[in-house]
Design a protein around this ligand. Structure first.
Ligand SMILES: [Cu+2]
Length: 104
């Protein structure tokens, strides 16, 4: 069992894309003092110059409100049990678009 950690910083998920394996747990940590969400679902139509996405569709797999750094709920973990590519984003911040690639 392994996993990886993603930190929110400067309105980005860092790293933006990560690759893990089936059964691994990904942990998100808030690295700044504003709230974010970790919301699974498709996103797209990203503007090349601004980085802002133009569309988003939550799929209900996970949707966590990440508290500001240092407060209860400033981390969130999810275990991926199936291989695939999982897109996710932060609802209020259109620059925060990322994915988890889960390999067999
Ligand atoms: Cu955010």
């Amino acid at each position: 069992m392994g996993g990886d950690t993603v930190v929110t910083m400067s309105l980005k998920f860092m790293p933006t894309d990560i690759t893990v394996h089936v059964g691994d747990t990904v942990t998100w940590k808030n690295g700044e003092t504003i709230g974010h969400t970790i919301t699974s679902g498709e996103w797209g139509m990203v503007n090349e110059s601004t980085g802002l996405r133009g569309e988003q569709t939550p799929d209900g797999m996970f949707d966590h409100a990440l508290s500001p750094k240092g407060q209860d709920g400033d981390t969130f973990s999810f275990t991926f049990d199936k291989a695939g590519t999982y897109l996710y984003y932060c609802q209020p911040h259109l620059t925060m678009n990322a994915k988890v690639i889960v390999e067999p």
